[in-house]
Design a binder for this molecule. Structure first.
Ligand SMILES: Cc1cc2nc3c(=O)[nH]c(=O)nc-3n(C[C@H](O)[C@H](O)[C@H](O)COP(=O)(O)O)c2cc1C
Length: 201
């Protein structure tokens, strides 16, 4: 197997992190920078990464997240969000490096696709941020860090705590740090045949 597959198979959702470990700022920056390689429809780059550093904000979040220890123990707590109105915010910047005709074509497609379609704006937000979450997790692993994807929290209360803009969706957390302690037994994976279908259900 190659390194990417090894990393994918070795990854576990960590339940405890070394609270004493400090992640160098440049490492966090590099992990976030790598997460930006996650794909988005029309290259709209609608994911937003909120890094929660303030211990008081972490404590407030933990209190509405079943007191899960990862929230305070992790070295970096990333709140994955998506801007549901990214399509309308200067969309030319998503194609800034492309030739003008191509940029104009994409801006027009972006507008047609999302305008007056709030369900699509929200669905796409979750699709994009979900991909970015896994990209974050793989990038963290490349730097020797463990992760825990999390949605065990009260979405409304967390939105209030982090002052989530009204046009953003709160998708999930990715806690990143040095895993500690024994992992609980794994639930196991159901058989490939149970999840893979061909042509029609
Ligand atoms: C969307 C999502 C939400 C999750 N929320 C939590 C959580 O709040 N707390 C937690 O400890 N693990 C959480 N997990 C981790 C899962 O429990 C874990 O991925 C699953 O049991 C499989 O284990 P593995 O990731 O170690 O293979 C979450 C995973 C996903 C994808």
């Amino acid at each position: 197997m190659n390194e990417i597959l090894d990393t994918m198979h070795a990854r576990r959702a960590v339940k405890h992190f070394d609270a004493g470990h400090e992640m160098p700022g440049e490492t966090l920056a590099a992990i976030l920078h790598a997460a930006r390689t996650a794909p988005t429809a029309f290259n709209i780059q609608n994911w937003r990464f909120l890094v929660v550093r303030d211990p008081a904000v972490r404590a407030a979040i933990k209190a509405v997240a079943w007191n899960q220890p990862q929230i305070e123990e992790c070295s970096a707590l990333i709140v994955l969000c998506a801007d549901m109105h990214a399509y309308a915010k200067d969309p030319g910047r998503y194609w800034k490096d492309a030739p003008e005709a191509m940029r104009e074509k994409y801006v027009s497609m972006i507008t047609q696709y999302y305008e007056n379609n709030p369900a699509m704006q929200r669905d796409e937000a979750f699709r994009s941020a979900g991909m970015a979450a896994y990209a974050l997790m793989m990038a963290a692993a490349a730097f020797g860090y463990d992760t825990c994807p999390m949605d065990g929290f009260d979405f409304e209360q967390v939105a209030e705590i982090v002052r989530l803009p009204r046009d953003h969706a709160l998708v999930m957390f990715v806690a990143i740090g040095k895993g500690m302690g024994d992992l609980p037994p794994h639930g196991g994976r159901i058989a490939d045949a149970d999840i893979i279908a061909y042509d029609r259900f």
